[in-house]
Write a protein that binds this ligand. Structure first.
Ligand SMILES: [Fe+2]
Length: 141
């Protein structure tokens, strides 16, 4: 049930790919804490860790988009905002219910499926844009 980073998720921008891999590691830490039946407190700690990482990762991507005058910035940022709202909802469910099965299923759907789809389509488009901007553009990222 772990989320796995594969080449088809590569944006071609090393720092973004590295952050995605780290993000996946943190999601897996959450899933593992759930499957080991960790208590609410431990789960809350892992979730907070993940939320902080998501927020700083999104900000970094958004900064790079602004620096490179990326034309699809608004659409991309709107997706990040949508994810943050969904994540807040999942966090709330964990706080109320602990790692109940339906909460883990919802996490799989709104966190894992969403992220994979976002990276494949939206982040990869940005990666391609940066690479088309030449080595200077990609390097800045
Ligand atoms: Fe993104």
């Amino acid at each position: 049930m772990a989320i796995e980073w594969t080449e088809e998720l590569a944006t071609g921008v090393t720092i973004i790919d590295d952050q995605h891999k780290e993000l996946f590691r943190r999601i897996n830490a959450l899933l593992e804490a759930c499957s080991r039946g960790k208590g609410k407190e431990e789960i809350a700690r892992v979730i907070q860790f993940l939320e902080d990482y998501v927020i700083s990762h999104f900000s970094e991507e958004e900064e790079r988009m602004q620096q490179s005058s990326y034309p699809a910035y608004a659409e991309h940022k709107a997706q990040h905002e949508e994810f943050k709202r969904n994540f807040a909802e999942v966090k709330q469910l964990f706080e109320t219910n602990g790692p109940a099965v339906f909460v883990v299923i919802k996490t799989n759907h709104v966190v894992i499926d969403w992220l994979k789809a976002h990276i494949k389509r939206i982040d990869r488009a940005f990666g391609a844009f940066l690479q088309a901007a030449g080595p200077a553009g990609a390097q800045k990222a």
